[in-house]
Design a protein around this ligand. Structure first.
Ligand SMILES: [Zn+2]
Ligand SMILES: [Zn+2]
Length: 457
């Protein structure tokens, strides 16, 4: 990929989210409207060549990890996070520390970890809104929490064995290694839901190697965070003497656990390209197949074609969809603008008349007048194909003192629309304009005589 791979070819400020390797072009989400037409893998196509576009994921939209710190720390302060912390802190505070309370403590721990998993998974996929607590409560088919506990016990056991049997130095090295790989293990556990694949050394090395320094930063921050609850209580001057102090400790542990998991999720999200997966960020998801979205797509593709100097192709695309958007003022307006900008005006009458027909149907006479005037700059002596509209516009122009325009709208009306029911009044108006505005008595009388001869009313 070329050097500007991170940004849209047409919008230098926008991160690129799609890529055409045929052209080759990088597109942003203003340029490509990915419509969900129900079929899987229906990637949008390149406006220039029709090739299937490749989704680059939201990695280019991801802000660097350290600029997001406030987000990680605010994450648990969502409604769900606050409820979780209140429940954890409250129950621990009420029950205190006793053997009987142990199952409850375990249950609260499970809830916290499961919420952490959900938060991690969502953050990893680019979701910025906090996970609902219900997601942590609803079915854990994979028994992720039990697997997690099992894995922690296993790692603890390995540490203990190496410490006791091999020696303290080796024991410490193993301990450090476990600290280093634990976040990666958690990631694989969440993604693959299997302990053994999460413990696969080759995979762990691959993940850590591909993320690099940001990974080590997370490990380091996780270390800091794990002592966070104690520091927090210390700073608040809480002594671990009462049951409520334990409650506060438990609540703040829940808080820091969530922060840690979200942080981890964000590192994966941010490094998705290196990790070879693409996450749909907010707003990157496919949009519904609605007329409005199809119109957005058309406009976006036309804009790209125009930027490449392919105005004729852009106009052809509008022409092809003219029937679908027949009743869409925005479509007609954009179509007309495109014709005005491009100078490609062959066949302009058809879209001009379609636009005018729609405006007439809505009784939007001033707008129709405006379109007619713009149309005349494109097509010499353009008049609406609709005789009644011509007539109404002529009346409006005459009332506004635009006598030349009024006449232009009426010229040759009997040839343009021989069956027009109100031709008599139209030509009587024309006669009046000749007489009153141009003092052309001869033409006025001619027209009046014509009306009488033809017997039109
Ligand atoms: Zn763009
Ligand atoms: Zn292309």
């Amino acid at each position: 990929m070329p050097a500007d791979a991170d940004h849209c070819h047409y919008h230098q400020d926008n991160p690129s989210t799609w890529y055409c390797d045929e052209c080759p072009r990088h597109y942003c989400s203003d340029c490509v409207i990915p419509i969900d037409d129900g079929s899987r893998n229906a990637d949008p196509r390149c406006a220039l060549c029709g090739n299937r576009l490749q989704f680059l994921g939201a990695a280019n939209r991801a802000e660097p990890f350290w600029t997001q710190a406030s987000r990680f720390f605010l994450y648990p302060l969502s409604v769900s996070g606050l409820i979780l912390m209140a429940v954890v802190g409250g129950l621990v505070g009420i029950l205190g520390f006793s053997l009987l309370a142990l199952p409850v403590w375990l249950g609260l721990y499970a809830l916290t970890i499961r919420y952490g998993f959900v938060a991690l998974e969502r953050t990893m996929l680019g979701e910025t809104r906090a996970a609902p607590l219900a997601d942590a409560l609803s079915g854990d088919d994979e028994h992720l929490f039990l697997r997690y506990i099992g894995m922690l016990l296993l790692l603890g056991f390995v540490q203990l064995v190496s410490f006791e049997l091999v020696g303290p130095v080796i024991g410490m090295v193993v301990g450090l290694l476990v600290t280093l790989v634990l976040p990666a293990i958690i990631v694989f556990l969440v993604i693959e839901k299997r302990v053994w694949s999460a413990l696969n050394p080759g995979k762990l090395i691959w993940l850590i190697g591909n993320i690099g320094w940001p990974y080590l930063l997370v490990v380091f921050l996780s270390g800091l965070i794990s002592v966070g609850p104690f520091n927090l209580l210390d700073a608040l001057g809480v002594q671990l003497e009462s049951r409520w102090a334990f409650g506060a400790l438990a609540a703040s542990m829940a808080y820091f656990t969530i922060v840690e998991f979200v942080m981890l999720g964000y590192v994966i999200y941010e490094n998705q390209r290196a990790l070879g997966f693409v996450a749909d960020a907010d707003g990157m998801a496919r949009v519904d197949d609605t007329p409005e979205n199809r119109r957005r797509r058309l406009f976006a593709e036309a804009a790209v074609l125009v930027r490449e100097g392919r105005q004729a192709d852009a106009l052809r695309r509008f022409d092809r969809l003219a029937h679908e958007f027949e009743a869409d003022t925005g479509f007609h307006e954009r179509y007309l603008q495109l014709m005005q900008q491009s100078g490609e005006v062959a066949g302009a009458e058809k879209p001009l008349n379609a636009y005018l027909r729609l405006l007439a149907r809505h009784d939007a006479l001033p707008a129709a007048m405006d379109v007619w005037r713009r149309g005349r700059k494109l097509v010499r002596q353009f008049v609406p194909a609709d005789a009644q509209l011509s007539h109404r516009l002529a009346e409006a122009a005459w009332a506004a003192g635009q006598d030349k325009e009024a006449l232009a709208l009426l010229v040759n009306l009997h040839k343009r629309a021989p069956d027009y029911i109100d031709l008599g009044n139209a030509y009587r108006l024309a006669a009046r304009i000749f007489r009153e505005s141009f003092q052309d008595e001869q033409r006025a009388v001619q027209l009046e005589r014509f009306v009488l001869q033809r017997g039109v009313v």
